[in-house]
Design a protein around this ligand. Structure first.
Ligand code: GDP
Ligand code: MG
Length: 173
């Protein structure tokens, strides 16, 4: 059974833990300790991949220190860059994180998906879908999805897309 390492990166409060817990448990966990960094072994069946183990690293807080982020980047196979659609700063932050990824990974090794979370908060939106699409285009045309850990929109799609991409790469494209 293949094993893949997927790492969620992004500003505090964007919903990394909520997305992770939605993937693991299928439920929305509204309050989760923001300082907890956790690591899950998720034994699952991914569409187009089959049975596999996905190690999900839900990072917390410490990624603001560049050295800590380096550790995550070195050990990860694929990365979800998560911002929240109601938080412009978090959108700027994923662009910075992407720059660090580019500096540390060879282009052919870099697997990224851009995720605009909290898409249920329509009336509070400050980052448009078009801006998300544009950013993903600049990130070497990486996949882009708007998700909601709260109502479940696109969460499975996001996870499947990322795991399928890692699987494809592991099999030599
Ligand atoms: P993290 O710091 O990136 O791990 O963020 P959390 O997962 O702890 O979420 C931060 C806050 O945003 C919590 O109050 C969550 O309940 C809330 N939250 C997370 N995802 C969503 C979402 O998709 N929609 C809404 N409305 N709130 C969310
Ligand atoms: Mg968290």
């Amino acid at each position: 059974k293949p094993e893949y390492k997927v790492t969620l990166l992004g500003a505090g409060g964007v919903g990394k833990s909520a997305l992770t817990l939605r993937i693991i448990s299928g439920q929305f966990t509204p309050s989760y300790n923001p300082t907890i960094e956790d690591y899950y072994r998720h034994d699952t069946n991914v569409e187009g991949v089959g049975q596999c183990i996905v190690e999900i690293l839900d990072t917390a807080g410490t990624e603001q220190f560049a050295s800590m982020r380096q550790l995550y980047i070195n050990s990860g196979d694929a990365f979800a860059l998560v911002y929240a659609i109601d938080n412009l700063d978090s959108f700027l932050e994923v662009k910075e994180i992407y720059q660090q990824l580019v500096e540390m990974k060879k282009p052919e090794e870099l697997l990224v998906i851009l995720v605009g979370n909290k898409c249920d908060l329509k009336s509070k939106r400050t980052v448009s879908t078009q801006e998300g699409i544009q950013a993903a285009t600049q990130m070497k045309k990486c996949p882009f999805l708007e998700t909601s850990a709260k109502d479940g929109t696109n969460v499975e799609e996001f996870f499947n897309t990322l795991v399928a991409a890692v699987d494809k790469k592991a099999r030599g494209d």
